[in-house]
Design a protein around this ligand. Structure first.
Ligand code: MN
Length: 198
């Protein structure tokens, strides 16, 4: 299989009390696993199309591929963006870049929180490196793959699909986003930033 579900980088209950064990377990083992399976299934279908030389159904399958691969990539970075000893503020070059591009950490946090909370329907808040301008940007993604900026490299993600928070937070998406800041593993985010910047 081309895509594989990565192990959660901590115990299922490691993010409590901000994110409960049942939510994490279902989210990783069922939802994330579903995107991995969907991505591999789409690749297999495309292989059949190529063998048979009939591409009449390719549009829907390309759409499936984009959805499921993006779901897999987003979740992988999401799990890595958090940790049991998270929270606080970034240091070093990531802090410098955030200050440069957003004015201050507080301004960045305000923009990211609002953008993430205001995602229309299911989606994500994303901090990403935009290599053309060499800037960090905040984006919203609807579903997993829509409304982003092409060519950007995701550095930190917050999932605001209802499956990410509804068991614990019900309709209070803003409360989940506020709690997310207690979980951010800034060392991991900084490593991803450094790699993205190249
Ligand atoms: Mn999710």
């Amino acid at each position: 299989m081309t895509y594989e579900l990565p192990a959660l980088p901590y115990a299922y209950n490691a993010l409590e009390p901000h994110l409960d064990e049942q939510t994490v377990r279902l989210h990783h083992d069922k939802h994330h696993a579903g995107y991995v399976a969907g991505a591999n299934a789409a690749l297999a279908k495309l292989e059949v199309l190529r063998k048979e030389g009939d591409f009449s159904t390719v549009k829907g399958i390309e759409r499936d591929l984009a959805f499921h691969v993006s779901g897999h990539v987003n979740h992988t970075i999401f799990w890595e963006s958090m940790g049991p000893d998270g929270g606080g503020e970034p240091k070093g070059e990531l802090a410098t870049q955030l200050n440069k591009d957003f004015g201050s950490f507080a301004a960045f946090k305000g923009q990211f929180s609002a953008a993430t909370t205001q995602v229309e329907g299911s989606g994500w808040g994303i901090l990403a490196w935009e290599p053309t301008a060499k800037k960090l940007v905040v984006m919203q993604a609807e579903n997993h793959q829509n409304t982003g900026i092409q060519g950007t490299i995701p550095v930190m993600l917050c999932d605001v699909w209802e499956h990410a928070y509804y068991l614990h937070y019900q309709n209070r998406r803003a409360d989940w986003v506020a709690s997310f800041w207690n979980l951010v593993n800034w060392n991991a985010v900084a490593k991803r930033f450094t790699a993205a910047r190249g």
